[in-house]
Write a protein that binds this ligand. Structure first.
Ligand SMILES: NC(=O)c1ccc[n+]([C@@H]2O[C@H](COP(=O)([O-])OP(=O)(O)OC[C@H]3O[C@@H](n4cnc5c(N)ncnc54)[C@H](OP(=O)(O)O)[C@@H]3O)[C@@H](O)[C@H]2O)c1
Length: 319
């Protein structure tokens, strides 16, 4: 028997139970799991209110993890737990279709790569595939204190951005963004409207080529106002609001491009390519993110803290 975090009822945290180890099916790779992050997608799916619908319970959550193949190769892997029937990464051993397994460098920092995971993949692909970042461009990163945001700040600079301006609600998020290379960090205030935030942002950023937006809502509407003519905003989340007070004159007057990005639109090859870039940068010390390593046995309290936004960055469970 092996330990697994089992979620028996939507809206409740998972708890550790003993389960039979998985038997690999045709085309599946057995993996000994060493770490699994608790991501916003895991928490959302487990509420039963995601657009995937309520998951069949009981199930083991975890849409991604890291571990080793039987030959010792370190790997990152993805699952569709919570989105489709089946178990995920929060257990000691998994069997995963080979297309969902990506080999990592031999000395890869596994907990860090678990923390970066699909959030960093989204930041990388939103910058490069959807946003089309080119050398010398000015980038604004919203929600810069989150995992997508922290990764986007660093990956934009690694991708040739001349300047990155961060926007974050918290002083800690702003300090972190500057430590990671942002030229400046602008506060997002509770009573901001698109005009007040745009004015404060423009005073620091000037005209901007590309906005990376995991927030939508007022921050996205404000960021559109600082784009240069023909500038792009890539939306990849709605952490601030599901809708945004965007005005036609701003979009039309600037011939702006508002683009949507989802990891679900990547082919497995594209996802592996972005994960490979992320893993290489992390292994070679150019990419990091705030994260908290927690023993697997503490999954219930860790899950509740992550869901409540009461964690020191992305929580990574280690086995
Ligand atoms: N499209 C995709 O494929 C994809 C992939 C991964 C993630 N996402 C989405 O991207 C978003 C961010 O993911 P993440 O991994 O970075 O999550 P995260 O680490 O939890 O960070 C979320 C950040 O959003 C900001 N935020 C949260 N609530 C807010 C609010 N009410 N108003 C303003 N800002 C708020 C905060 O940034 P500050 O601390 O800077 O204020 C927070 O740190 C989520 O919505 C997630 O679902 C999308």
């Amino acid at each position: 028997m092996i330990p697994a975090a089992v979620l028996r009822m939507c809206g409740r945290p998972p708890s550790v139970e003993q389960r039979r180890p998985p038997v690999p099916g045709v085309g599946e790779v057995p993996i000994t799991v060493t770490a699994a992050p608790i991501t916003p997608l895991d928490v959302l799916c487990a509420t039963g209110t995601s657009y995937f619908g309520p998951p069949a319970t009981p199930y083991v959550p975890g849409v991604q993890g890291v571990g080793h193949r039987d030959d010792g190769t370190p790997v990152w892997f993805a699952t569709s737990a919570g989105m489709r029937p089946g178990d995920g990464s929060m257990t000691a051993a998994v069997s995963v279709p080979f297309v969902d397994v990506v080999p990592l460098p031999p000395d890869a920092p596994l907990p860090l790569i678990a923390a970066l995971g699909l959030s960093a993949v989204a930041a990388h692909a939103a910058l490069t595939r959807t946003g089309g970042l080119t050398e010398g461009e000015v980038v604004v990163v919203l929600g810069a204190g989150g995992v997508v945001g922290q990764a986007a700040v660093q990956l934009a600079l690694l991708g040739g951005a001349s300047r990155v301006i961060a926007v974050s609600r918290s002083a800690a998020g702003r300090d972190r963004a500057v430590a990671l290379g942002a030229e400046a960090a602008v506060p997002l205030l509770p009573d901001d409207d698109p005009v007040t935030l745009a004015d404060r942002l423009r005073a620091v950023s000037g005209l901007v080529d590309l906005v990376i937006d995991p927030l939508f809502g007022v921050p996205a509407a404000a960021a559109l106002k600082v784009l240069r003519p023909g500038g792009r905003l890539v939306n990849l989340g709605s952490s601030a609001a599901a809708t945004a007070p965007v005005d036609s004159a701003t979009i039309r007057g600037g011939s702006l491009k508002i683009l949507g990005y989802t990891n679900n639109g990547l082919s497995v090859g594209e996802r592996a390519d972005s994960l490979g870039v992320v893993a290489t940068h992390a292994t070679e010390g150019r990419l990091t993110v705030s994260h908290e390593v927690v023993p697997f046995g503490d999954v219930s309290t860790a899950w509740s803290r992550q869901a409540a936004g009461d964690a020191g960055g992305r929580i990574v469970l280690t086995l």
